[in-house]
Design a protein around this ligand. Structure first.
Ligand code: GLN
Length: 380
């Protein structure tokens, strides 16, 4: 049989490859981004409570009202944006499904979508599946800052969507108020939809603030925000996320969502509806993760790796050019096999495989794991 691939250039994601390589070599896995500590006991207790109580049939297509109400309340408190809980929020199977659904709902053949590279791996193939045309703005190491004049040149009357991601995976950088206001100005008066991937909204350090599009009404009215419970509540394997968009956009989003997954695991939504009330959990997260980042930075300072500036996410980029001349894709293999540490090569987030000799470590790990990593990293 001849299979004609819709995505001939796509292989298995680098996250799966590195995680399985880490397992094969019994390496410390600082590659794929996930915490190696458990989610809160109370959240697990709530999940089994609702499952055992028999809340096991379909949830409403858009999401459980108790949960979307909880999200609306949180969004009003944090960003000052009031939302119609039943019309402007949809619960999804992780942010990845929200991103997939949003792109499928709006991108038609030959529409242009601007992405900013290094970009999270699902954006480009999803745009291609929808028949869209990707225009990539390439950021450069070590600062990964946008030159907005250069960016503006990528916009055209064919631009249907711009995808942004702050705090950014993989760079760990965050947008300033100037950045977001510039985007607001550039898209004002156009039909451009902004898809804002904000899964690391609470992971922002050094007294900086997260620049959510939800704080800017002029931008929010053209934006789809995707978010993740997995990142906030340490449960990436639960595949729970949500999407926020103005009613007009959400109507279209749900036309696809209803055939894409229809609805999301019911007991989980009840459990999250209870747990989202606990403000202290997410308000304490920046401090919780900043301590880990700072600890990891003190470890790196005793190695030959050079830490790049990182003010958000649970990723830390490092420059290894003082250690090796190998391309980053080769260097990460050597690092697993010879040194017992798994990382992600940043070139994998660029279509053109731009290699700045920079790799990504995930520091969402227990102190014990970070100490083991420290022992190995210091020997290199
Ligand atoms: N977001 C995670 C990361 O960047 C991985 C997601 C995935 O494996 N698809 O490492």
């Amino acid at each position: 049989m001849n299979v004609s691939s819709k995505l001939p250039e796509v292989g298995t994601t680098i996250f799966s490859i590195m995680s399985s390589l880490a397992q094969d070599h019994k390496a410390i896995n600082l590659s794929q981004g996930f915490p190696n500590f458990d989610c809160p006991e109370e959240l697990k207790e709530r999940l089994s409570f609702y499952m055992n109580k028999g809340y096991n049939q379909y949830a409403p297509m858009g999401g459980l009202p108790q949960l979307t109400q909880g999200i609306a309340k949180k969004t009003a408190n944090i960003y000052g944006m009031s939302l119609q809980y039943d019309k402007e929020i949809t619960i999804t199977v992780g942010a990845t499904q929200a991103i997939f659904t949003a792109i499928m709902a709006f991108i038609k053949p030959d529409d242009e979508v601007v992405i900013i590279e290094p970009a999270f791996d699902c954006y480009r193939p999803t745009i291609q599946l929808a028949g869209g045309f990707v225009k990539a703005y390439e950021l450069e190491a070590p600062h990964y800052k946008i030159d907005w004049e250069r960016f503006a040149k990528l916009l055209s009357p064919k631009t249907k969507m711009v995808i942004i991601n702050t705090p950014n995976n993989p760079t760990g950088t965050i947008w300033s108020e100037d950045d977001i206001k510039t985007l607001e100005k550039l898209t004002d008066g156009t039909n451009i939809i902004v898809l804002s991937d904000e899964v690391y909204e609470h992971l922002v350090y050094d007294q900086q603030v997260h620049q959510s599009v939800l704080k800017y009404p002029n931008l929010q009215k053209r934006s789809i925000v995707t978010n993740s419970f997995g990142k906030t509540y340490h449960c990436t394997g639960w595949r729970a996320g949500y999407c926020i968009a103005p009613e007009m956009l959400m109507k279209e989003f749900r036309k696809v969502h209803q055939y894409n997954t229809f609805s999301v695991f019911t007991p989980l939504q009840y459990a999250l509806a209870d747990f989202i009330q606990k403000k202290s959990f997410y308000l304490d997260l920046p401090d919780f993760y900043q301590k880990k980042r700072d600890y990891f930075l003190t470890i790196l300072a005793q190695t030959r790796f050079k830490a790049l500036p990182c003010q958000g996410t649970y990723f830390q980029l490092v420059d290894y050019s003082a250690i090796s001349d190998l391309p980053d894709t080769e260097y990460v293999k050597k690092l697993v096999v010879e040194n017992g540490i798994a990382a992600i090569p940043v070139s994998g987030f660029y279509k053109n495989k731009n290699d700045y000799k920079v790799i990504r470590f995930c520091f969402a790990k227990t102190k014990e794991t970070l100490d083991k990593a420290a022992f190995l990293l210091k020997k290199i």
